[in-house]
Design a protein around this ligand. Structure first.
Ligand SMILES: [Zn+2]
Length: 120
């Protein structure tokens, strides 16, 4: 069981880094978030693994609880001018989402690949 958990956490970590879940060397994504069809290092086929809406859901789940409380606290404590709020919070939310989305996509693809491999 510990080895199985280690394997899942290793696959997850490789996915978050955008690396092939099988070998950890090849790229899992082409560009920003387009999944690779095959690993360029070991040839593992990812064409049957589709993350669908999962990465977007996880990105919202991570970004929203970070940005919304910050914005509400800043509004309550600092009462910044509206133009500052309109400039800062959307930019922070978009920047954070742009950073989280490829990691979430890599993690979803890697974990789905692991489930398909194990036949669970
Ligand atoms: Zn590989």
């Amino acid at each position: 069981m510990p080895q199985q958990q280690s394997s899942v956490s290793r696959v997850f970590a490789r996915g978050v880094r955008g690396r092939c879940p099988a070998c950890g060397k090849g790229a899992l994504l082409q560009g920003w978030i387009r999944p690779a069809d095959v690993c360029d290092a070991c040839g593992e086929d990812f064409t049957a693994v589709r993350a669908e809406d999962g990465p977007a859901w996880l990105t919202i789940l991570v970004t929203g609880p970070l940005v919304v409380p910050l914005a509400l606290a800043a509004e309550a404590l600092l009462s910044p001018p509206l133009w500052i709020s309109l400039a800062v919070w959307p930019a922070l939310a978009l920047g954070l989402a742009a950073s989280v989305l490829p990691r979430a996509k890599g993690a979803f693809i890697a974990l789905l690949w692991n489930v398909r491999r194990r036949g669970d």
